[in-house]
Design a protein around this ligand. Structure first.
Ligand SMILES: CCCC(=O)SCCNC(=O)CCNC(=O)[C@H](O)C(C)(C)COP(=O)(O)OP(=O)(O)OC[C@H]1O[C@@H](n2cnc3c(N)ncnc32)[C@H](O)[C@@H]1OP(=O)(O)O
Length: 305
């Protein structure tokens, strides 16, 4: 809550339209102390389950790569990795040059969900709720970053790993990869916001099938239902990461303020009632109208043939 309040204060001062949008959206967080959520308390609890890491690499090009890194457990999320992820998202929120983000798993597989050892230790209802609220806040902030994000799915994205893919704007899949909401087999439903986001991506009928059947979604099915945007070719130049970067670069080419504005207007359209989305669009428009990129384009009398 304290962190959210600080973020709200900073945003209010520095980034007009975006700050107002996030304020309307509960400062980017879904839960605060009003909901009985005490961020510091759950952070401490999660830190008691260490292992693995979340690595963030930012490049001068405006592209960042976030890597889920715990190969010995198929990149499952330990407690400390949940805390790490929250910290990396905070870093990205403060990255003014950011345009694109790729979320990937280390060593050729995406993420096998939450670390079952931590899950067993946190299996009482109170701790489960706190972990759920913590991850929902973090993944909501990840999706709301003012940059275009893509999950690069290699190997398996299971349970919470499947949920993580839905916290990106797009998903691109490597041949042979699988996204599977295995929650039903675990006697669960998604709790990191994955169900709500999945419905918005593939519609309620498809979401019901994927969750109710714990369906193994291969690249072909993912393309068909709109869960994935692209399947990387089996043979092609470069690593899967380089190919995902190439795919993303089509959408992130251009000055950072313009790309960030594109994401902001789409996000407000996706999340807000129409009148509010229109007002936010007007505010964001005001940040690029007459700006350097706009003036340069006008001066060059560009044609769009
Ligand atoms: C709200 C969140 C809900 C959730 O995310 S619940 C968690 C859902 N995820 C799961 O249930 C995944 C369980 N794991 C599996 O099904 C399989 O391990 C998996 C990922 C298909 C890989 O199978 P294999 O290729 O045969 O490899 P393997 O089973 O020998 O695994 C290698 C090592 O990784 C470990 N591992 C995999 N997923 C894990 C997890 N989620 N938590 C903790 N440890 C996990 C696995 O125990 C094994 O470790 P070890 O070598 O036996 O020490």
């Amino acid at each position: 809550m304290v962190l959210c309040a600080v973020r709200q204060h900073l945003l209010r001062g520095s980034r007009g339209a975006w700050a107002r949008f996030l304020q309307r959206q509960s400062r980017g967080c879904v839960y605060s102390s009003v909901h009985g959520f005490q961020q510091e308390e759950i952070r401490e609890k999660l830190q008691a389950f260490p292992g693995g890491s979340i690595e963030l690499l930012t490049q001068e090009s405006g592209l960042a790569v976030l890597t889920i890194n715990y190969p010995s457990r198929m990149n499952a999320f330990s407690g400390s990795m949940m805390v790490d992820l929250e910290e990396r998202v905070s870093q990205l929120e403060g990255w003014t040059d950011g345009k694109g983000l790729i979320v990937q798993g280390a060593s050729g597989t995406f993420c096998s969900g939450s670390d079952l050892n931590a899950v067993r230790a946190l299996s009482n209802p109170q701790d489960g709720m706190k972990m759920c609220m913590f991850m929902q806040n973090t993944l909501t902030r990840l999706l709301r970053l003012p940059m275009i994000s893509v999950a690069l799915v290699e190997g398996r994205a299971l349970g919470g790993g499947a949920e993580l893919t839905t916290a990106c704007d797009f998903r691109v899949m490597a041949p042979g990869s699988v996204i599977q909401f295995v929650h039903k087999h675990m006697g669960l439903v998604p709790g990191w916001g994955g169900a709500a986001r999945l419905v918005r991506i593939v519609g309620s009928q498809n979401a019901l099938k994927l969750l109710g059947g714990a369906v193994k979604v291969d690249p072909e099915l993912a393309l068909q239902i709109g869960l994935a945007e692209e399947v990387l070719q089996r043979e092609g130049a470069g690593t899967p990461l380089q190919r995902a970067e190439n795919w993303l670069s089509v959408y992130t080419k251009g000055p950072a303020p313009v790309i960030q504005a594109v994401k902001k207007v789409v996000l407000s359209g996706r999340e807000l009632p129409l009148s509010e989305a229109l007002r936010t669009e007007k505010d964001v428009f005001g940040t690029v109208w007459g700006g350097p990129a706009n003036m340069q384009a006008l001066a060059s009398k560009s044609k769009h043939r």
